[in-house]
Ligand binder design. Structure first.
Ligand code: 13P
Ligand code: ZN
Ligand code: NA
Length: 283
């Protein structure tokens, strides 16, 4: 079933769990995520970056996800992840996508506000959901690479002003996570998260969840995170399972065979992350 992300996140906020958002890359990965969510009776968000849209072709991947969402036994939404401009967002919204992240976190505050307002104006009029980010995560997400010393944590008072001025539906916060895996165990700034939560009413989003210890995810959800973004921790097992299978079966040339263990590997991680988010049985 196709639900609005806003509705999903508000349910999560009311009941104290988080909806997991998994980055998908094609039919195989999207299907594995939905099957994992169905096995756990969990709502789920399928996230696609601009790179995923251009790799598959925007209309094709959009049609696939829409159909998956409609046929699925659990709530599924299709979300544009880390889109940096209105020009990039608009064509997807015009063909039916109703959940977007406008990421202008690299811009100065006023410019970030202006870009977000433009997207909010367009998307919310159609009943869509808009996420934006204040502060800046370190690490590497596709073409966006942020060095550790360039990362900045979200300032709670600025977050309050940002949400009020933009009317966004959810806020991505920088509290010490980074995109990709970590060299050393990440230390999340829970006091900062509490302070943001005290000042900001909209659901909060945790990016960069791959590589974060389980206990830290659970704590972040307890403190008000309503959406948890996971990309790298799906990509790695998918690729490893595929590599192992092809090593063990060097003559195999049937994609319908060698993609199976890779899909299963994704589904397993999806189910584990759903338990951390506490979204099992919430479909
Ligand atoms: P990870 O790759 O660290 O899981 O980050 C995912 C993310 O934030 C997608 O927006
Ligand atoms: Zn992210
Ligand atoms: Na990460």
């Amino acid at each position: 079933m196709l639900l609005s992300t806003k509705h999903m996140l508000h349910q999560a906020q009311k009941k104290g769990y988080a909806v997991p958002a998994f980055n998908i890359h094609n039919l195989e990965t999207a299907l594995a995520v939905v099957q994992g969510a169905e096995a756990m009776q969990s709502p789920v968000i399928l996230a696609a970056t601009p790179g995923t849209l251009s790799f598959n072709g925007r209309p094709y991947i959009t049609a696939i996800i829409k159909e998956l969402a409609q046929q699925s036994k659990v709530p599924v939404t299709f979300h544009l992840d880390h889109h940096e401009s209105f020009e990039d967002i608009r064509p997807s919204v015009d063909i039916g996508c109703r959940s977007v992240m406008i990421d202008a976190s690299h811009d100065p505050f006023e410019e970030n506000v202006r870009k977000v307002q433009e997207v909010v104006h367009y998307v919310q009029a159609l009943g869509g959901t808009v996420e934006a980010e204040l502060g800046r995560l370190g690490g590497m997400e596709e073409h966006i690479s942020v060095k550790e010393n360039e990362a900045t944590l979200t300032d709670p008072l600025s977050a309050k002003e940002f949400v009020e001025r933009t009317s966004i539906d959810s806020l991505a916060v920088a509290i010490g996570t980074a995109h990709g895996l970590y060299k050393a165990e990440p230390k999340l700034d829970f006091e900062r998260l509490k302070a943001i939560r005290a000042l900001v009413e909209v659901p909060l989003v945790l990016h960069g969840a791959s590589g974060v210890p389980d206990q830290a995810i659970i704590r972040a959800v307890e403190l008000g995170i309503c959406k948890v973004n996971i990309a790298t921790e799906l990509k790695i097992p998918f690729t490893e399972a595929l590599r192992d299978y092809l090593k063990a079966h060097p003559q195999e040339s049937d994609p319908r065979k060698y993609f199976l263990p890779a899909k299963n590997a994704i589904q397993q991680v999806v189910q584990e992350k759903i338990l951390l988010c506490g979204s099992q049985g919430k479909a």
